[in-house]
Design a protein. Structure first.
Length: 79
C-alpha cells in the first residue's frame, strides 16, 4: 500500500491519521476515511527511518489544519 487503505463502507481511500510504535520494527497505523470517518487500525512492519518520516508528514498536516484561516487572508492582503 502507498500509505492509503480502501474504505469498506464507502469505497474511498483512507488516509493515515496516527502512527504509534508498539514494538521494535512494528507500528500501529490508524487510517480514517475522509467521507464517512470510519477508522481502520493495522499493525505493520516499519523501519525506524520510515516511522520518523511518516510522523513528520502527519505533524505537518495537523499543523497546517490548526492554522487559523484569518492568517491566510492577512497574508493574501499583505502581498
Amino acid at each position: 500500500m502507498s500509505g492509503e487503505a480502501g474504505c469498506i463502507v464507502c469505497s474511498r481511500a483512507r488516509a493515515v491519521v496516527a502512527i504509534v510504535p508498539i514494538a521494535r520494527g512494528y507500528a500501529l497505523k490508524t487510517y480514517e476515511c475522509a467521507c464517512c470517518h470510519s477508522t481502520l487500525q493495522l499493525v505493520t512492519r516499519v523501519s525506524k527511518a520510515a516511522l520518523i518520516k511518516q510522523q513528520v508528514n502527519i505533524l505537518a498536516r495537523v499543523e497546517q489544519q490548526l492554522r487559523p484561516p484569518v492568517r491566510r487572508v492577512q497574508q493574501a492582503f499583505a502581498n
